[in-house]
Design a binder for this molecule. Structure first.
Ligand code: FAD
Length: 466
């Protein structure tokens, strides 16, 4: 079959890879000049199969309400005004409020446990799929197979972590609860912060690596295997007739594609021309932008952006930098070593479709990350601002979030139209498996994970539309 994948983030490129593996002809379209330049660009780098609890739990509503007025809050709900007309392109405030109500509906113990099981199953399945891709391609992406450690500075929070670990163990996740000394043995880089740490948890099977590097290299491998990758092209429309997608309309959007009459792959490219592409199947993997695109053909998926921030600093003292990816419970951020750099990322803002970092609020949230690195790992990185002579890389991305934290993978009610999106906080972790499963579904197969074979838990993953 000829299959067009819309979106060249980790999800779209993993899907393309697996479709090629099954012998299909693949075209990938993305508006950016390369793969992984939106949400997959600078995430925390964690392959976090074992730290995957959904945001929605029974305590979340009260916490979110309390945090609404703090610019440094880990989870910040910023209500948007419902809008009409062209400004409502992304659903205006209506979609945010609707998403919020759906999220509230998940804030109870029964929904939490049910969602955890699905997420754990997808994580385990995806970890194997990632290893398979690495074995097959030899891609190097600053991978560290050293596990993930989560440290606590508050005794009450640490006590609660014990209960969470028990729940995760029930679903086959080996999350150990450890005292301070054991955590320091696992990650000695935390020594200068040791007096604040009361304990932690550790999962040795988790790992870390650079999602952007992996995705861009995998895209190159896909292209070398014959996939056509059209960067710098915006998807304008899904053209539907008789409840089936017949074609898509695309147009060159960036200077690379427009000005030179060729895109970066050397394909001829007539300026401003709207092109129509036909295929046997279309996969929408446009991250947060999946929901507004699918709404144009009457498909309604509960995906809304959850903005998060990251900072990447040069490591000055490699011998004192962590090798284990860590989660700081107090600051709700993750720190991951990526070669000679340290990435720190975190916080969630349920706000608008806006990934800029120039507002006062964004600046505060970026500075928070630098401050925390300096507190926990003093002098290890160059956290100076540009004005002070440093070279930090601050970034924000829009996590495609669903109220359950379970991605939407499967077939829509519209013929030939498939979806792979909504991976929220775990798209890097779930990318390889989501791509594999969707490719198999399109191919008419039943993925192992739909048969309850992942994680020995018997959990059957529920695919969208099946
Ligand atoms: C701060 C932060 C930290 C994170 N940390 C982690 C982590 O440690 N571990 C983890 O597993 N996950 C993490 N994530 C989540 C992860 O990064 C995302 O879930 C993942 O990148 C989503 O991938 P995607 O392919 O769905 O979306 P994207 O990477 O956004 O890809 C979608 C693509 O679609 C393209 N597109 C959209 N609309 C159109 C259009 N109309 N026409 C053409 N192209 C279009 C975009 O250009 C983009 O390239 C983090 C996210 C953030 C923000």
């Amino acid at each position: 079959m000829k299959i067009i994948v819309l979106g060249a983030g980790i999800i779209g490129i993993s899907t393309a890879w697996h479709l090629l593996e099954l012998g299909h002809e693949v075209i990938v379209i993305d508006r950016q000049p390369n793969a992984a330049l939106e949400t997959s660009f600078a995430n925390a780098g964690q392959i976090s199969v074992s730290y995957c609890e959904p945001w929605a739990n029974k305590d979340a509503p009260l916490k979110a309400l309390k945090w609404m007025f703090s610019k440094e809050a880990p989870l910040l709900f910023r209500p948007q005004w419902p809008t009409f007309g062209p400004t409502a392109k992304f659903g205006g405030g209506w979609q945010q409020w609707r998403w919020g109500m759906q999220f509230l509906g998940q804030c109870n113990d029964a929904a939490f446990e049910c969602n955890v099981q699905q997420i754990v199953a997808l994580g385990a399945y995806s970890h194997l799929a990632l290893k398979d891709i690495v074995d097959a391609t030899g891609i190097d992406y600053n991978r560290l197979e050293r596990g993930i450690a989560h440290y606590f500075t508050d005794q009450h929070a640490f006590d609660a972590a014990g209960e969470a670990a028990l729940l995760m163990q029930k679903y086959g996740v080996n999350r150990q609860v450890l005292g301070r000394d054991a955590i320091l043995k696992i990650e000695p880089a935390l020594k200068s912060f040791a007096s604040h740490i009361v304990g932690g948890t550790y999962t040795d099977s988790d790992e870390s690596g650079d999602a952007r590097v992996f995705t861009q290299k995998l895209a190159q491998v896909c292209a070398a295997r014959g996939a056509e990758i059209l960067y710098g092209h915006d998807v304008l429309a899904l053209n539907m007739s008789k409840n089936t997608i017949k074609s898509i309309a695309i147009q060159a959007v960036n200077t690379l594609a427009r000005g030179k009459n060729k895109d970066i792959n050397g394909h001829k490219n007539d300026e401003f021309e709207v092109k129509t592409l036909i295929a046997d199947a279309f996969v929408v993997a446009c991250g947060s932008y999946t929901a507004p695109l699918l709404r144009t053909v009457g498909v309604d998926v509960p995906i809304y952006p959850g903005k998060g921030y990251s900072a990447t600093f040069k490591i000055l003292k490699p011998e004192l930098a962590p090798n284990v990816s860590v989660i700081d419970d107090q600051a709700k951020c993750a720190m991951t070593r990526l070669g000679d750099q340290l990435r720190v990322a975190g916080t969630i803002e349920i706000s608008a479709y806006d990934n800029s970092i120039d507002s006062e609020l964004s600046q505060i949230r970026c500075r928070m990350l630098a401050k925390r690195v300096e507190t926990v790992l003093p002098g290890v990185c160059d956290t100076r601002s540009l004005e002070e002579g440093g070279s930090p890389n601050y970034w924000a991305g829009l996590r495609p979030a669903t109220p359950t934290n379970i991605p939407v993978i499967g077939k829509t009610k519209v013929g030939k139209l498939w979806v792979n999106a909504g991976h929220g906080t775990l798209g890097w972790t779930h990318g390889a498996g989501s791509g594999k499963a969707l490719a198999e579904l399109i191919d008419g197969k039943v993925p192992e994970i739909a048969q309850g074979k992942a994680m020995n838990s018997g959990t059957e993953f529920k695919f969208y539309g099946f």
